[in-house]
Design a protein around this ligand. Sequence first.
Ligand SMILES: *Cc1c(COP(=O)(O)O)cnc(C)c1O
Length: 369
Amino acid sequence: MIPVNEPLLNGNEKKYLAECIDSGWISSEGPFVKKFESSFAQRVGRRHGIAVSNGTAALDIAVESLGIGAGDEVIMPAFTIISCIGQIIRSGAKPVLVDSDAGTWNMDINQIEAAITSKTKAIMVVHIFGLPVDIDPVLQLAEKYNLKIIEDASQMHGQLYKGKPCGSFGDISTFSFYPNKHITTGEGGMVLTDDDLLAETCQSLRNLCFQPDKRFVHERLGWNYRMTNLQAALGSAQLERLDEFVRIKRNMGKRYSELLNHIDGLQLPLAKTDYADNIYWVYGLVLGKNSGLDALQAMKRLGEKGIGCRPFFCPMHQQPILKKMGLFKGESYPEAERLYKQGFYIPSGMALTEEQMIQVSNAVKDILK
Ligand SMILES: *Cc1c(COP(=O)(O)O)cnc(C)c1O
């Protein structure tokens, strides 16, 4: 079986973890947390990094820190992970969806302005799969309408937009360090911002909003979303190798694209756009309508050949739980729907070998014959 993801943990991971055990520092109070926060923030070119327990937590905190709540609207892509929408809904705000671009699979930025109303408070930009959103025009809209930008860069560690790090554009930006991301802490996430006050709010929200002088007296509801020293030790070791990991992913993408080129009706990831080279967080495939297979059928056939695959995201307006809540009634986002129905990704982990890529590509060709 070729797993859909396998991380590389053969740098300083063991050494730094052993330091945690030997010193007894295993909680969020340990020294690796601050070290990881500052080195990651520096890498992304931001003043503040707030390490948290996972990428979903980072998004929860980002939304809450901006004071988003009842009466507010937040514009976001239909095609993304459920993590993006959770706190928008729980806060009582209204998520407003935008369809995807057929080529990059990112939110179609040309549809954003029409979605802005007097209630819009923020735009959540989510960079999908390996190519960043064309963010300059989105920043211009934010400026024009006085909106906040939440930038979810969970799939973009080490990626640049016009030469500037992804994660450096939002009023507040978030990352995940789940094991299938470019660097991992097992579970983990980070909130980044340049705003001192926002950073302080995020630090408080992650730590139950304890108060320094009256510790168990609370003026606001937060979460325990703290990152442990063990996670940060892993992250510190992984971050040392980020450039190498980005090279590995770019080579993987290039190699898959050579191997899978010229298959009729099979859409591959774009190698680049005017503003970025693909970083291939995952290598996605979108089947043509005339291929005779949809994503579910293709993944089943590939699974029988020992190839681990994962489906693309189910769009927000098609989520049973959100429909049950009465959201997105009668709305349709054809590109997001196409990506969900026809799209899936093949093994794309850091430890993937050349032999495995050939085996995967042959299996894909086989099922599409
Ligand atoms: C992985 C991911 C998340 C969620 O991160 P977790 O650490 O799994 O909670 C959020 N947004 C995007 C775009 C992601 O890829």
